[in-house]
Design a protein around this ligand. Structure first.
Ligand SMILES: Nc1nc2c(ncn2[C@@H]2O[C@H](COP(=O)(O)OP(=O)(O)OP(=O)(O)O)[C@@H](O)[C@H]2O)c(=O)[nH]1
Ligand SMILES: [Mg+2]
Length: 619
């Protein structure tokens, strides 16, 4: 699943385009409707031709609301940079473009909209040339330009096709890491309580999960999940998600907090970053400057420490340590933006290299800088492990790391011997941490299954396999290397799971057994038994083997079944064969039971038909 975002100058037609694509007006606030201007983030979605739901985050273009734009643009997979054909590139087009570049958003389309206002095709070519020039040194240098009108609908079907094609080319988004939801909205729904929304990253969330919200260190439980207004049991990374939380008050939450599973992220007040100063920043960045720091949906005022420079000129790069005004939940690799508060200006951004430095570095220390450089680049083994954050073939790892055959072999060996990478069958590799995550997910799925279906032995293997999205061979390997989950007759269960009947259920079971024992060879039918104990209890007794179901309607107690089989075989051994009528008379039962059992035994290979009679089968 994917989420894309809009970007571009105020009034250039972002929200109108989103409405045209989705039928949903992303400007939901009354003030937005009155002012015909987006103020806060808007959310919409559409179904792509391949059937997948695509979420869209619509951002405001006005410079006064750029902080809201920053809160929404973080989690997107691709961007639609919207430029009105009548105006072309404008100041916030440039600023948004610089932000997209600093955030490393590589994938996008440039939507030249409002073409209904332009009669002169030369003008459109001119605007396109200006656009190509402006994006040339950014991550969007190769983005296609699509001409549309949200008013006439011209070019919209082509745009949808181009969006689909763009997304189809993206590498798979990670499903197996720890889930992370940067919260961009908090509200309450009467009768349900606190709800937070965001774009889910990294891994799945599930109804019932224990959660933690940082930096406030609040614990709660997921009471319900929605994605695109539909209730879901499991929310997928790469989708917009609304989480209904039990145990956390709305008043304790705000935009920028991060929802995760417990103990995944520690809040921090100090962070080491690599920073790129924008070329057209108005002044050099000084040591001890005050700035605003934006990451995910969060922000904080920070003091900037220049670790290896007296001063950073526009266009330069460098190492900074930022001291935050308030704790934030950050992760290594997070992209951030720095702005001056007043006069407001985006000055640059970069990447979080160490979210927990733990101490204030002395400036101009070669060993500190060397350590930061290694942390940013990572060792070759760490880079391979990063690329193996999903089950990945060797060729895929080679493509994403760019290593030669020899380099890759050496690095794989290194990572395998460190135990941070695992080699699976079929030339597939996976990061150990991700593998452990899949194991935990398997256990969670089974625990949830046992909770929902306490009277079933286990979850059908195929159901679990498809829920985890794993290949057969990989599931088999997952099961081999552990002992908390047991595989039994195509069902999987937690090793310590047992079917337990309630007192009331045990009483009805007792009543059923009394009836069955009173007439062991003409016992109640399946339907009658289900009437006594309930169908789920009856199924459980069958799964446990206490009752044997020989035909859909014919059941026997285990004891009666075994007696009949033993007796039948000894009759056959004595007489060479037994007819159905002899068998029926021997047990003083009826045709239904006798034939039912014999046919069952035939198909199990215990008996075999020989004309009118039965003889021993192959078993
Ligand atoms: N003629 C024409 N007008 C358009 C088109 N798309 C949008 N508009 C008009 O342009 C104005 C601004 O459109 P919005 O969609 O609100 O622009 P926006 O980019 O969302 O603006 P902000 O969110 O405030 O940055 C509105 O009056 C729209 O009706 C188009 O394709 N053709
Ligand atoms: Mg808008």
């Amino acid at each position: 699943m994917r989420v894309i975002g809009t970007a571009g100058h105020v009034d250039h037609g972002k929200s109108t385009l989103v409405k045209c694509l989705t039928g949903i007006d992303p400007d939901r606030l009354a003030e937005e409707k009155a002012r015909e201007m987006t103020i806060d983030l808007g959310f919409a979605w559409l179904t792509l031709p391949n059937g997948e739901t695509l979420g869209i985050v619509d951002v405001p273009g006005h410079r006064d609301f750029i902080e809201n734009m920053l809160a929404g643009i973080g989690g997107i997979d691709a961007v639609l940079l919207v430029i009105a054909a009548d105006e072309g590139i404008m100041p916030q087009t440039r600023e948004h473009l610089a932000i997209l570049d600093l955030l490393g958003i590589q994938n996008g389309l440039i939507v030249l909209t409002k073409i209904d206002l332009i009669d002169d095709p030369d003008w459109l070519d001119l605007v396109e040339n200006e656009i190509r020039e402006s994006v040339s040194h950014t991550t969007l240098a190769n983005a296609e330009i699509v001409r549309v009108s949200a008013h006439s609908g011209a070019g919209i079907p082509e745009l949808v096709k181009k969006i689909s094609a763009l997304l189809a080319d993206l590498p798979p988004n990670t499903h197996y890491n720890a889930p992370r939801l940067p919260i961009d909205r908090v509200f309450t729904i009467s009768g349900f309580g606190t709800v937070v929304t965001g774009t889910l990253l990294g891994g799945t969330l599930r109804v019932g999960d224990e959660i933690e919200i940082q930096p406030a260190s609040l614990r709660g439980r997921i009471r319900g999940l929605q994605s695109y207004k539909q209730p879901v049991e499991i929310a997928q990374p790469g989708s917009r998600v609304a989480v209904n939380i039990a145990g956390v008050e709305k008043s304790a939450l705000e935009r920028g907090f991060v929802l995760t599973h417990p103990r995944q992220i520690q809040p921090t007040l100090l962070v080491d970053v690599h920073f790129r100063h924008l070329e057209d920043a108005s002044r050099a960045l000084k040591h001890h400057a005050e700035a605003k720091f934006f990451v995910g949906a969060a922000e904080s005022t920070v003091r900037v420490r220049l670790l290896n420079d007296e001063i950073l000129s526009p266009g330069a790069e460098g190492w900074l340590q930022l001291r935050l005004d308030k704790p934030l939940a950050l992760a290594r690799g997070d992209r951030f933006i720095l702005r001056y508060p007043s006069p407001a200006e985006t000055i640059g951004g970069g990447i979080v290299v160490n979210p927990q430095p733990g101490r204030r570095w002395k400036r101009f220390q070669p060993n500190v800088i060397a350590q930061l450089e290694t942390q940013m680049r990572g060792t070759p083994a760490e880079r391979v492990v990063q690329a193996a954050n999903h089950p990945a073939k060797r060729a895929e790892l080679q493509k994403s790391t760019g290593y030669s055959d020899a380099e890759l072999n050496a690095t794989l060996q290194d990572a395998l011997s460190q135990g941070i990478l695992l080699h699976l069958p079929d030339d597939t590799y996976i990061a150990d941490s991700v593998w452990q995550g899949i194991l935990r997910r398997m256990e969670n799925e089974l625990l949830a299954f046992h909770q929902a279906e306490p009277l079933r032995r286990g979850m059908p293997r195929e159901e679990l396999r498809s829920r985890l999205g794993l290949k057969q061979a990989i599931l088999a390997m997952l099961l081999e290397g552990q002992n908390t989950v047991v595989a039994e007759n195509n069902a999987l269960r937690m090793a310590d799971h047992e079917i337990r009947f309630s007192d009331a259920q045990q009483q009805t079971i007792h009543a059923l057994y009394e009836q069955m024992n009173a007439a062991p060879y003409t016992p109640p039918s399946y339907a009658d038994a289900a009437n006594i104990v309930g169908e789920n209890v009856l199924r459980a007794l069958i799964e446990l083997g206490e009752i044997v179901q020989v035909q859909p309607e014919v059941i026997f107690s285990r004891q009666a079944y075994e007696d009949m089989v033993a007796e039948l075989l000894s009759l056959i051994d004595q007489n060479g064969q037994v007819t159905a009528a002899e068998f029926r008379n021997h047990f003083n039962t009826t045709r239904k039971y006798a034939i039912g059992l014999l046919e069952h035994l035939d198909s199990a290979g215990i008996t075999r038909r020989a004309g009118d009679a039965r003889v021993r089968g192959r078993q």
